[in-house]
Design a protein around this ligand. Structure first.
Ligand code: FMN
Length: 372
């Protein structure tokens, strides 16, 4: 049976990718004024004892389920009540930078329908630390809904080296008290200097500074690091291991895997079209296998005690479950929601319970890393 979203999608897809995004944000802001209506619309319809099987305890927090939204969808933390009302277990807002940024010139987001993918070079547009922190303070937080906040260095090639570290630390100091978990985005492919910190020589001083500031504040908020996807499924793990070990030595609590990819390997979209689109981070289905491979690798490397947030190409309940079985304790959606619509959320929750039954498992947490 066609869903409401599949009927509306051709209309929505007539707008530019960014235009459709703004429309969705506007609709979300309207919708969250009536959270009761949203809750009724997005009811997964699971009896309480079945829904409880999806609960996850990790990062010192209780999640009602392991499905959240990925960074970039709510960069300015405008929709936190809505994410809770539609049945998600958590949301990751941001990336937030110390200074506001308009991002790159438009157009900067593109659909690749033949690949169920997107390419974006948004360039870390966001309202900036002070505005967004103030918004989070005044919005009020839905109960039992962990807030993950993602921070990034201000998009300004003039802020580099020690100044870049200081810029990150400014955001960490302001946002640690508001976050349940803080993510350091060191893997954005969309600014000339966005990946500077995904290099051991740069990451070590950054982590020292952020973890040092956290210690001085007496904060126990867990800090995660968001990584780039590997170039292939059978990647050489040397470089990743170096980064991961460095993170573990410095008290990082876990990883978000993965960010978007810079390459265009194996796409169905014709190369002329890709050339016309130009540079940007690739997200969606073509990322799934590589992102899963990295989750599996991380799980083997760091073990079950270090949570991994799996993201990249998750567009079905089965894909979410695969990522969990590969080693992800939590999973996040972005491009999958663009192609499947918000009905993907209740559908995933219902189906996860069926998949647990199929595999003779009691709780979703029992599935983490079974195929790791
Ligand atoms: C338009 C767009 C903007 C994004 N912005 C951010 C961002 O600000 N910070 C970040 O860490 N990741 C950002 N991402 C990456 C996503 O969080 C996610 O890692 C990536 O899209 C892979 O997941 P997906 O295949 O489910 O989309 C963005 C992705 C898209 C498509």
């Amino acid at each position: 049976m066609p869903t409401l979203y599949s009927a509306l999608r051709p209309l929505l897809f007539r707008a530019s990718a960014e235009g459709a995004h703004h429309l969705s944000i506007r609709a979300g802001k309207l919708g969250q004024r009536a959270p009761g209506v949203l809750r009724a619309l997005f009811r997964a319809g699971l009896p309480a004892d079945q829904a409880a099987r999806l609960g996850v305890r990790t990062l010192g927090l209780e999640f009602t389920n392991p499905i959240g939204i990925a960074a970039g969808l709510d960069k300015n933390a405008e929709l936190i009540p809505m994410w809770s009302a539609v049945g998600l277990g958590f949301c990751e807002v941001g990336s937030i930078s110390a200074q506001p940024s308009a991002g790159n010139p438009r157009p900067r987001a593109f659909r690749l329908p033949q690949d169920r993918a997107l390419v974006n070079r948004m360039g870390l547009n966001n309202h900036g630390l002070e505005v967004i922190a103030g918004r989070i303070e005044s919005t009020g937080r839905p109960p039992r809904f962990p807030l993950v906040i993602n921070i990034v260095k201000t998009h300004d090639p003039g802020i580099l080296g020690d100044a870049g570290v200081e810029d990150f630390v400014t955001s960490a100091r302001r946002l640690l008290p508001l976050a349940d978990t803080l993510v350091l985005n060191v893997s954005c492919p969309n600014t000339t200097e966005g990946k500077t910190f995904e290099d051991p020589e740069a990451l070590a001083p950054l982590l020292d500074a952020v973890m040092g500031a956290r210690g001085e504040m007496g904060s126990e908020v867990p800090v995660l690091v968001k990584l780039s996807p590997p170039a292939t499924v059978d990647f050489d793990p040397g470089a990743v291991n170096e980064l991961v070990d460095l993170c573990m030595e410095r008290g990082v609590a876990g990883f978000v895997a993965t960010n978007t990819a810079s390459d265009r390997e194996g796409l169905r979209t014709p190369s002329e079209e890709l050339e016309e689109i130009g540079r940007g981070g690739l997200s969606g289905a073509p990322l799934a296998a590589r992102a899963e491979a990295l989750v599996r690798h991380l799980y083997r490397r760091v073990g079950a005690q270090v949570p991994i947030v799996g993201v990249g190409g998750i567009d079905s309940p089965e894909e979410a479950y695969r990522r969990i079985r590969a080693g992800a304790t939590l999973v996040e959606l972005y491009t999958g929601l663009v192609y499947e619509g918000p009905g993907l959320i209740p559908r995933t929750l219902r189906r996860l319970v069926e998949l647990l039954d199929r595999d003779g498992l009691e709780r979703i947490q029992d599935a983490v890393g079974l195929d790791g």
